[in-house]
Design a protein around this ligand. Structure first.
Ligand SMILES: [Zn+2]
Length: 116
């Protein structure tokens, strides 16, 4: 599953970080995830608890900061959010243009790690 692969890479990153920085244990992992990723905090925590058993990250709490999906209209220059899941094309809510760039919403990164 999607969450499992993501969670594995988060665990690896966290353990590498711990090794480099010489801590004993990972207390929490703060993630930044765009809404478009469709990743749920509960699921990530559940997978994490499962795969981190026996490692220095087994007690870590996963905290997720969600980043909304935002588009920048190329016609009027305004930023808008939209329902990207719908099949019908999305238009700018200000000028109805369909020319726009994705500004945010696809983020997936570890913001901070708390270790001791
Ligand atoms: Zn526009």
């Amino acid at each position: 599953m999607h969450e499992l692969a993501v969670t594995k890479s988060i665990l690896k990153l966290a353990l590498d970080y711990l090794e480099k920085n010489g801590g004993n244990e990972i207390l929490s992992i703060h993630l930044v995830i765009g809404e478009m990723r469709n990743l749920e905090e509960d699921w990530i925590q559940r997978y994490f608890d499962y795969i981190s058993a026996g490692t220095a990250a087994r007690q870590a709490r996963i905290k997720v900061k969600k980043i909304p999906v935002l588009f920048l209209c190329k016609s009027c220059g305004k930023t808008f959010s939209g329902n990207y899941r719908e099949d019908k094309p999305l238009n700018c809510i200000y000028c109805d243009s369909h020319e726009y760039d994705l500004v945010s919403g696809r983020e997936l990164l570890v913001e901070t790690l708390e270790i001791k």
